[in-house]
Design a protein around this ligand. Sequence first.
Ligand SMILES: [Zn+2]
Length: 505
Amino acid sequence: MNKKIGNNSGNIILGGILTECNEFSINIMTQENFERYEYFEDSKILELKNGVVGGMLSILNKSAFNIAPTVFASCSPGGVITDECYNNIKSKIISRIKNIKDLRAVILPLHGAAVTETIGDLEGDLITSIRKLIGKEIPIVVTLDLHAHVTEDMVTQSSAILAWETYPHLDPYETGIRGAKILRSILEENLKPKMFFSKVPLLHSAINASTFGETPFAELMNNLKDEEKNNPNILSTSFIHVDPYIDQENMGGGAIVITKDNIESAKKISLKHTRKYWDRRQEFEPELYKPDEAIKDGLNKKTNALLVETADACGGGAAGDSVITLKDLVKIAPESKSLVHVVDPIAAMKCSKMQAGEIIEILLGHQVDNQWGEPIKIRVKIEKVSDGKFKYNGGIWDNTVGEMGPTALVSINEINILISTFGTYEWNCEQFLSFDLNLDSYKFVVVKNPMNYKNTFSHIKNIYVLDTQGPTPPTCKHLKFKKMFNYFPKEKDLKFDDILISYNN
Ligand SMILES: [Zn+2]
């Protein structure tokens, strides 16, 4: 199936690993994590219609180049990836590249914040290994989540890096299209793109970092994108907000600017926008409530309330097993209709074997990652059990099936608890909706993510971001980094020129 037309022929390697890691979580990620989400080899990749790979294929399939798929693995965030898992996937990608003839380019759908047991920069390692193999001339185009830790290796060893433009992430497919279009331009117009990335050590949660509405990050993103629209020499811009829950040196965010041929122009524009990000740093620190304060305040409100326990976000790599907020609901508001999701494989196994209406005493919570709290002992009534399968409605895994494993909906007084075996990325409350729950009937819903709850609950105005313990906290002030020291908001007196880091290709 090699399609050869003039100079625009040959093979484009496609493959990669897409997941976000959390070094404060004790969840280890293995091959099994990927197999529960997306793990594809060779021609299976060509069948993908959605997500970043679907977007890449939609453009590359129309070109005269042949797509040579390798491995594509993506999954809900977790702790670090085992070396065994990474080495297995990497060696498959590398061996397929070694065996390819007439290689013209490489396109890698990656995340940007993946870490293994011994490698702090998975993406930099993969890109560098491929670069060593293929030499300096063959282009490598990389797509990332905007929550990436963009490193020197990633920038110096690749030709172009593009990140999602939206958060909540609505545009992996479109980013795949953008990446593939740039790759085609590089090949068909013989471009040698010039990329500049500057970053500042600004570590904040995603709470105030939506790209929609009147948020600081939305304005920063829009200003950068205006620059791209108005300057024909700019091939791409990306605004990076680093995932603050890995523990690596030189973490930070800022603007990536890629021009067709002008590094000075890329540098000037990147620095201008990264400086604006730094100037607005105070705006990213959220207002926080203790769970008991939030519940008491919510009880005084006539309408429903959301308790945002973002410190336990599976989408940021936490276990999803916290019962910190649940404990206060049981104590303060047992007669208020409330809904909480807790990941607990032991409790889920017990409850999911029972019948609706039966009563059981269980120990619940902090049994996957026991660093952040103590389990609660409760007697619950089984309401419903399921195999935990659900379908995503939008986002990175739009239309794919998510698996919570054996799952039970139980109740204690008026509080409903969804107890699942596995943690899963939350997009549009698909986990709750798979149990046919009427979400508007609950006075309190505990949501365990910093942003995506807005996909479901944009109509709810009483929102309490909770100051609780966990590996994905709403402020980075108290994170116990081993490799990051001088960063905002921990250090208040940092000067832009002293802390700026930049790389170019
Ligand atoms: Zn992200």
